[in-house]
Structure formats: C-alpha cells, structure tokens
Design a protein around this ligand. Structure first.
Ligand code: HEM
Ligand code: HEM
Length: 180
C-alpha cells in the first residue's frame, strides 16, 4: 500500500506527486504575482511568505526524491521500446532537476542579495554565498527561467500520460491515480 509495487505507485509516491503538483502550481502563480508587485513593505511581506512556502517545497521535494531512491519504479507497459524507456526515465530525472533548481535558485538569489532566508521567522537557513550583486542577478535570471522550463516539461509529461490513457488505453495514468 505505502510502497510502490511492480505495477503501481504506492500511496506515499502518489501523495507526493499530487500534493507537489498543487503546491508547485500555486507557487508559480504566486511567484509571478510577487515579481509584478511594486517595491515596498507589502512586497517584502509577500516575498517572506513566498520564500518560506518555497522552503517547505524544497523539503518536500527532497523527501520525495529520497523516497523514490529507496522504492522500485513500476514497470513500463508491454511493447515499450528501449529508447522509449530511456526517454520516460530521463524525463523523470529532468523533472526532479527542475523541481530542485527552482527553490535552490531562489535561496541563492536571496543569499547573494544579502537577505538571509528565514522559515516563517522560526529559523534562518545557513548562508552559503557572500553578498554579490552579479551572483544575485545570475540566480534571479535562473529563478525566472527554470519555472518556464518546468511548465513546458510538465505539459509534455502530462500530455504523454493522457496519450497513454485515452489513445493507448494502458495503465500508465491509473498507476499514479486511484485506478491500478
Ligand atoms: C518551488 C518553489 C518556488 C517556486 C515554484 C517559485 C516560483 C517563482 C516564480 C514563478 C517567480 C517569478 C519569476 C519571474 O518571472 O520574475 C518567483 C519570484 C521570486 N521568488 Fe520564487 N519560487 C520558489 C521558491 C523560492 C524560494 C525558496 C525563494 C527564496 C528563498 C524565492 C524567492 C523569490 C523572489 C525574491 C522572487 C521575486 C523576484 C523579483 O522580484 O523579480 N522563491 N518565484
Ligand atoms: C508539477 C507538475 C508535475 C511534476 C513535477 C511531475 C513529476 C513526475 C515525476 C518525477 C514522476 C516519476 C515518479 C516519481 O518519482 O514520483 C511522475 C510520474 C507520473 N506523472 Fe507526473 N508530474 C507532474 C504533473 C503531472 C500531471 C498533471 C499528470 C497527469 C495529467 C501527471 C501524470 C503522471 C503519471 C501518470 C506518472 C506515472 C507514469 C510515469 O512513470 O511517467 N503528472 N511525475
């Protein structure tokens, strides 16, 4: 039930997948709203919330990744070619890399700008980077680019899942929902 089996994802992997789908979608919309706000106290407060929420996301992504590493992956549908298998697995690694890069670039951007990242004012993350406007600009650019790549990859990923479900009529989508 909790762990994955050879033909479906377990409850934990499904929970991580769909909770993170909702939280990432929300955070992308909220981040864009934040970037459009004029400088001032309200923006500072909104940025504090966005960063703390992003820190929760980073921890969830890390926990999900560790869970993936200690779990088997369900098998691919019969008739999958070796090339398709490499593409399917490769896409999962790309999605993890982008999921990690989004909050990490946010933390780096803030640290390089000389603003330590606090978790809802409860504790502060250790500072890894010296203050540097150039470095802050670099990570800000990265933070503004990675989410676009994530959205594009997810469109392809969800499109593939729907193609399996409605055209190929196999179990791929059901493995990640209530079905299989
Ligand atoms: C997975 C978690 C996160 C997502 C999905 C996310 C998403 C976004 C997006 C879409 C933007 C708008 C970027 C643009 O086009 O200019 C943004 C802005 C921003 N994010 Fe994040 N973010 C996350 C985590 C973080 C973290 C952890 C921090 C810092 C610790 C952070 C700091 C910021 C700041 C300061 C801005 C405003 C930049 C500006 O004013 O241009 N974000 N975020
Ligand atoms: C933020 C958006 C999303 C991300 C980052 C994401 C990421 C992932 C990752 C990394 C996996 C591999 C299993 C794992 O390690 O948990 C996976 C599996 C899966 N995802 Fe998503 N996903 C997203 C949205 C969606 C959506 C919208 C759908 C459906 C329309 C979907 C359908 C599936 C299915 C069916 C699987 C299992 C089949 C497979 O192994 O490819 N995902 N997803």
């Amino acid at each position: 039930m909790l762990k994955n089996t050879a033909n479906r994802y377990g409850i934990v992997a499904k929970g991580f997948h769909w909770v993170l789908f909702l939280m990432l979608s929300f955070s992308i919309v909220a981040g864009n709203f934040l970037a459009s706000m004029p400088k001032g106290v309200e923006k500072m407060q909104a940025a504090g919330m966005h960063k703390s929420f992003g820190a929760i996301l980073l921890m969830l992504i890390l926990m999900r990744f560790l869970w993936k590493l200690i779990n088997e992956a369900p098998g691919l549908p019969a008739g999958t070619t070796p090339m398709q298998a490499i593409m399917a697995k490769g896409m999962h690694w790309v999605l993890y890399a982008l999921m990690f890069a989004q909050p990490l670039s946010g933390v780096m951007m803030s640290q390089a700008a000389g603003i330590p990242v606090s978790f809802f004012d409860i504790f502060e993350f250790p500072v890894f980077l010296d203050k540097s406007i150039e470095t802050a600009k670099f990570f800000r650019g990265m933070h503004g680019t990675v989410w676009v790549l994530l959205v594009l990859s997810v469109v392809g990923h969800a499109g593939a899942a729907l193609h399996h479900h409605f055209i190929k009529k196999d179990n791929v989508l059901k493995q990640m929902t209530a079905g299989a």
